[in-house]
Design a binder for this molecule. Structure first.
Ligand code: AGP
Length: 612
């Protein structure tokens, strides 16, 4: 997610802004910028790190005791200098920084262009600040009123801070869906996207609520109004966090922070795309190629590691509901095995980093053979994203932990949206089922929140297994890729060997491994093949295997057979991977932590495998 800082008070703003942006670097970003006001409104920004921004400003005028700063995690428009924040309004009377996604920015942009506005960037942010100035000047209202009117026209999420050329004594901030916190100092105010940059200056903070606008003065108390123009009393809280903890949002590791971000990241992956009332799925990024996808004779999904597991879920989804043949390929195998690729093939490349060498090479080969390449990436403007014909970003925000968690569920969410949209287009799904699945999908972030409640129980279960030497993970159907992903999570952060298998395959060999020292994780939430999974569990039990079962809340049968039970909420079978994966992420995490492993930076691993 983007990082936001702002300052107004008696001190020079520049050092406070730069230090604040450095405190936010843990959030991940691709460009940085600041705006300062001291008579004239000056803006410095560039692609790259904060220290590069600092170097580029040396010798420039950095005076001013009011300013704003931003680290950008690209959502609209590639990482480059023009798309970096802050953004000026048309007449450069305003500068703004923004965290979030304005869903209706394209229509607003067209409207403004018809009124003669010229945009320098591809961002949704620049459209919003142009709109605000346009309202302020054409309706001759104060800035805060212009902000309020504009935000009533906006659909989506925002945390914004605005600096106005004519007003050295006020900052305007507003939020909906993206956090914003104001620090109350002694005759000074600080603003940030989280408390990290504030902790060293104050422990008195006000967290803005959705649809609130803050008028932050140089002297005196801040005011809050809503976008419905109601006055609100700021609720000042005591900040109880120390600096070191705060950089991981209060969690011990980035991986845990990212596991717990999944309600938000899944919501963000569907934001502006899932409209249950209108029974509609919008995937603008692939609209140009949707016809071709819907008529494809086959879809090849190419990925590595966790993304390959997401591709496997994608295969089950696309074949089950859109009835399109799918093949799933490891990038490293696909690129070298001289595969048959036809010009009417669709290749979907799935990659969190968008830089995985094997996946990149695989799509280059497929593209050269005439296939159409669709991307599902998390990093905007990454190499794979740039080399595809079209695609849909996962919008999961930066994933810092080497073990992929929120990126996986966001990939599965986007694949689910794609499969449903293609199923509707191809007429392979009944309207009532389509609507029901959209409704269920909308409920998933809430059910993920509920699933995260098993954390303490999983932590206790993990204690029993920190000295295990092997694990088996079993699942059927949609839960087979979940079993593979659970095994990979355990392997890569705890260094315990683990193997994922289709549950029925166990009797074709792995059952020889079962004894009292073999923990077996069984994902047993199936509806269609539930009885068969129960039989598999009985086979394990008969050989004294130790069974950890993931079951649907209220299950009684497996409860009777398993040694440990972890319950997840009920949902449609095809959506279970979005929930069942979470206890497996937590199990791997807690075992690794209790084994003293370097969870965020496991040995021998890199976050992005850019080499063969
Ligand atoms: C997953 O936890 C691993 N870090 C690794 O398998 C990863 O999924 C794989 O390297 C692919 O990375 P990508 O999604 O960035 O292409």
């Amino acid at each position: 997610m983007c990082g936001i800082v702002g300052y107004i008070g008696p001190r020079e703003a520049y050092p406070i802004l730069i230090k604040g942006l450095k405190r936010l670097e843990y959030r991940g970003y691709d460009s940085a910028g600041i705006a300062l006001l001291n008579g004239d409104l000056r803006l410095y920004k560039n692609m790259g790190r904060v220290k590069e921004l600092e170097a580029s400003i040396v010798g420039q005028n950095v005076t001013g005791n009011v300013g704003i700063g931003h680290t950008r995690w690209a959502t609209h428009g590639e990482p480059n200098n023009e798309n970096a924040h802050p953004h000026f309004s048309q007449h450069k009377t305003l500068a703004m920084i923004h965290n979030g996604i304005i869903e209706n920015y394209a229509s607003l942009r067209e409207e403004m262009q018809m009124r003669g506005h010229h945009f320098l960037s591809e961002t949704d942010t620049e459209v919003l600040i142009h709109l605000i100035e346009d309202i302020q000047q054409n309706e001759n209202v104060k800035l805060v009123e212009a902000v309020r009117i504009a935000l009533n026209q906006v659909v989506g999420a925002y945390a914004i801070v605005i600096l106005a050329k004519g007003d050295q004594d006020t900052l305007i901030a507003a939020r909906k869906g993206s956090p914003l916190v104001v620090g109350i100092g002694d005759g000074e105010h600080f603003i940030a996207s989280d408390a990290t940059p504030l902790v060293e200056y104050t422990n008195q903070v006000v967290y803005l609520n959705d649809e609130e606008i803050a008028i932050i003065p140089r002297n005196g108390d801040m005011r809050i109004i809503t976008i419905a123009d109601q006055e609100k009393t700021p609720y000042i809280q005591q900040l109880e966090m120390n600096l070191s903890a705060i950089e991981k949002g209060g969690f011990d590791h980035f991986m845990m922070k990212e596991i717990f971000e999944q309600p938000l990241s899944i919501r963000d992956s569907m934001r502006g795309r899932l409209r249950v009332e209108q029974e509609k799925i919008s995937l603008g990024g692939i609209s140009e190629y949707e016809e071709k996808m819907a008529h494809a004779k086959r879809i090849i999904m190419v990925a590595c590691g966790t993304s390959w597991h997401a591709a496997l879920v994608g295969e089950y989804l696309f074949e089950d509901i859109a009835r399109i043949p799918v093949e799933v390929e490891y990038g490293s195998e696909f690129r070298y095995r001289n595969p048959i690729i036809n010009e009417d093939d669709i290749v979907i490349a799935i990659s969190q980093s968008g830089e995985t060498a094997d996946t990149l090479a695989a799509i280059r080969m497929a593209k050269a053979k005439g296939a159409t390449i669709i991307g599902i990436c998390n990093v905007v403007g990454s190499s794979i994203a740039r080399e595809t014909h079209a695609g849909s970003y996962t919008h999961a925000g930066p994933e810092i932990g080497v073990a992929s968690t929120k990126a996986f569920t966001a990939q599965v969410a986007v694949l689910t949206l794609m499969a449903l949209r293609l199923a509707k287009k191809r007429g392979t799904i009944e309207r009532s089922r389509f609507h029901h699945l959209l409704y269920e999908l909308e409920q998933i972030p809430f059910k993920v929140e509920e699933t995260l409640n098993v954390n303490e129980k999983v932590k206790q279960i993990a204690k029993t297994f920190i000295n295990a030497r092997n694990f088996l993970y079993l699942g059927r159907g949609y839960n087979f890729p979940v079993a593979l992903e659970g095994a990979l999570k355990l392997k890569e952060i705890s260094y315990i060997h683990a193997e994922g298998y289709p549950a029925a395959e166990m009797k074709h060999g792995p059952i020889a491994l079962i004894d009292k020292d073999m923990p077996v994780v069984v994902v047993a939430t199936n509806k269609g093949t539930y009885e068969k999974v129960v039989s598999n569990i009985e086979e394990i039990r008969a050989r004294k295997g130790v069974i950890i079962a993931i079951v649907t809340k209220g299950d009684t049968e497996v409860k009777r057979l398993a040694d440990y039970i972890i319950e997840i909420p009920e949902t449609e079978e095809m959506l279970v991977p979005l929930l069942a994966t979470i206890p497996l992420q937590l199990l791997a995490y807690h075992i690794a932590v209790q084994r003293g492993c370097a969870v965020d930076m496991p040995r021998n691993l890199a976050k992005s495998v850019t080499v063969e």
